[in-house]
Design a protein around this ligand. Structure first.
Ligand SMILES: Nc1ncnc2c1ncn2[C@@H]1O[C@H](COP(=O)(O)OP(=O)(O)OP(=O)(O)O)[C@@H](O)[C@H]1O
Length: 270
């Protein structure tokens, strides 16, 4: 009978994952099972189902042959005439934005013009003063200053956030670790968030935002503290999400980020 790692690797290959990558994923998964002293089938479930899940979670394009063109998909976020006031201060009025699956939108503008406020409205965390917001159900939100707990390790974060999204611990951990490698980060097993550098904590935030495979990703300047290489990895990741049919909204100050995005909403011009 074929054992679990072999069946897992064979299914990855059947799904079109490159052989070297399939082998790495199989090795990493076996290693994680060994570290928790568990049997893979009990931790991850049937090998073929876990392979399919993983390929979907990892936004298949990075694993499968890249698509050269993408088709905009269904509307994931729609803002119509949205406004926000704090007491007597009007932050913005009349904001319209539609983002479909397979599109990236950037929100730009000077400090204090309301970019973070608008993103929180998109996420449903702040109520608009006026207008209509429609969003898909599966939303990932990466705040500017982090939603991590200082005393927890990366893997404990994966388990906790995964549980909130209905993922079993083994699957949440392995998905988190695989997503981290996309950002050139290998989480230390003992390192708590408070011991991480600012850039590494941001990577943790990004992975947590993506852990449950959301259709819409809302990112508030998620690369502060990243070095140049990681910054490039980050944008490659954004375009991989887009090519996988996800919608991405990024708040940014950096105008050279904008050449490849589909929509630019300049709040400063309003
Ligand atoms: N909870 C709040 N209560 C009152 N005023 C707020 C609140 N949150 C934000 N503001 C105000 O709303 C305005 C927009 O803030 P916001 O943080 O959204 O701007 P921003 O464009 O993201 O800024 P930055 O580029 O500095 O991150 C600011 O004047 C801010 O002081």
């Amino acid at each position: 009978m074929t054992d679990w790692p072999q069946a897992f690797e064979a299914e990855l290959l059947r799904l079109g994952v490159q052989p070297g990558r399939a082998r790495r994923l199989a090795d990493e998964t076996a290693q994680q099972a060994a570290e928790t002293a568990g049997v893979p089938a009990e931790i991850f479930g049937p090998a073929h189902l876990y392979a399919r899940h993983l390929v979907a979670e990892l936004s298949a394009p990075a694993a499968l042959s890249p698509r050269t063109r993408y088709e905009p998909g269904p509307v994931m976020l729609s803002l119509t005439g949205v406004s926000k006031r704090y007491r007597r201060q009007t932050v913005f009025t009349g904001v319209d934005l539609t983002v479909r699956g397979g599109e990236v939108a950037a929100i730009v503008g000077a400090n204090g013009c309301g970019k973070s406020t608008l993103l929180r409205i998109c996420a449903g965390l702040t109520r608009p003063s006026g207008g209509t917001v429609k969003r898909t159900r599966r939303v990932g939100f990466v705040p500017q200053d982090g939603g991590t707990a200082g005393w927890l390790t990366a893997e404990e974060h994966f388990t906790l956030f995964g549980a909130a999204a209905g993922m079993v611990p083994g699957r949440a951990r392995s998905t988190g670790v695989h997503l981290a490698t996309r950002l050139a980060w290998r989480p230390g097993r003992q390192q708590r968030a408070q011991q991480m550098s600012g850039g590494t904590r941001q990577k943790l935030n990004l992975v947590l935002g993506e852990l449950h495979a959301p259709d819409l990703l809302l990112l508030d300047e998620p690369y502060q503290g990243f070095d140049q290489g990681t910054y490039v990895d980050f944008w490659q990741q954004v375009f991989a999400w887009r090519d996988a049919g996800r919608a991405v909204v990024v708040v940014t100050h950096l105008l050279h980020d904008l050449q490849n995005v589909d929509h630019v909403l300049d709040l400063g011009e309003r």
